[in-house]
Design a protein around this ligand. Structure first.
Ligand code: NAD
Ligand code: ZN
Length: 251
């Protein structure tokens, strides 16, 4: 199908839909300068992820986790929403998109003007930290100052628990409330748009399958093929910013 036809088809599906859920992965934020994990040159081609069990078991793993996080700080701090984020925000503003379910931890959907109660973060948020035991919240700047001064992984001032960014690591339980909310919204959607996820991480990748099973039309926008292209109604192997931007009419 020629390019323009694909964009018109996407625009038509959006126009006809009454309840859209947008499901995003790291690919929507690469145009904001945040690298994804699985693209060629992505973060995992350079270093293996640290499992939650290792974080709990080893002071060195905790320190390495924090070193990596602080190495990314400039990237996360200066990133701003791009055309793809803006197009999604416009669809929320028009009342078309009820919920954004994201695997991202960068907070850019909220930064694009979508209210936090419409964004479901399946993998948490890396812009702040918390204690794994009592959940007390910690500002990253304060954590960094202590880390650099003591060269020890931070522990909670209130209860002594380990302090970690508010993200979900491999091997860590998924947040139950976010999972329930995402499931309800997915079942209720009549159009489900995936943007920038390789759809290989479960249980997150189960949502497009669920949407489809409950009768939604499934659209996948991703530069590379994904695990669920075969069951999608429309697959666009192209950049997210230009695709969503053109389909929605947002710069
Ligand atoms: P992924 O890295 O597995 O897949 C991203 C996909 O997006 C790739 O298939 C790639 O081809 C595609 N892509 C990249 N840029 C694109 C663009 N501009 N247009 C179209 N397609 C593009 O990402 P994932 O499935 O989200 O899983 C990785 C996990 O890592 C996530 O669960 C998330 O928690 C975490 N992560 C988050 C961020 C972030 O918050 N920005 C960044 C890296 C990793
Ligand atoms: Zn604590």
């Amino acid at each position: 199908m020629p390019d323009d036809t694909q964009i018109s088809e996407l625009a038509r599906l959006i126009e006809e839909a009454r309840r859209i859920v947008v499901f995003t992965g790291a690919g929507i934020s690469t145009e904001s300068g945040i690298p994804d994990f699985r693209s060629p040159g992505g973060i995992w081609t350079r270093m293996a992820p640290i499992d939650f069990a290792d974080f709990l078991a080893s002071e060195e793993a905790r320190r390495e986790t924090w070193r990596r996080r602080f190495a990314m700080e400039g990237t996360f701090r200066t990133a701003v929403p791009n055309r793809g984020h803006r197009a999604v925000a416009e669809l929320v503003r028009r009342g078309k998109v009820t919920t954004v379910i994201t695997q991202n931890i960068d907070g850019l959907h909220q930064a694009s003007g979508i209210s936090a109660d419409r964004v479901i973060e399946l993998h948490g948020n890396t812009t702040y930290a918390h204690c794994l035991d009592c959940r007390r919240r910690y500002d990253l700047d304060a954590v960094r100052r202590t880390f650099e001064r003591d060269d020890r992984a931070p522990v909670c001032g209130a209860c002594g628990g380990f302090v970690k960014t508010a993200t979900i690591s491999f091997g860590q339980a998924m947040p139950p409330e976010a999972m329930r909310g995402a499931e309800t919204e997915t079942i209720a959607a009549d159009l489900f748009i995936v943007a920038g996820s390789s759809l290989v991480v479960y249980p997150a990748a189960a949502f497009p399958e669920l949407a489809k099973r409950y009768g939604a039309t499934l659209v996948i926008i991703n530069r590379e093929a994904t695990g669920l292209d075969a069951i999608a109604d429309l697959v666009l192997h192209r950049g997210i910013g230009e695709t969503l931007g053109n389909a929605v009419g947002v710069d």
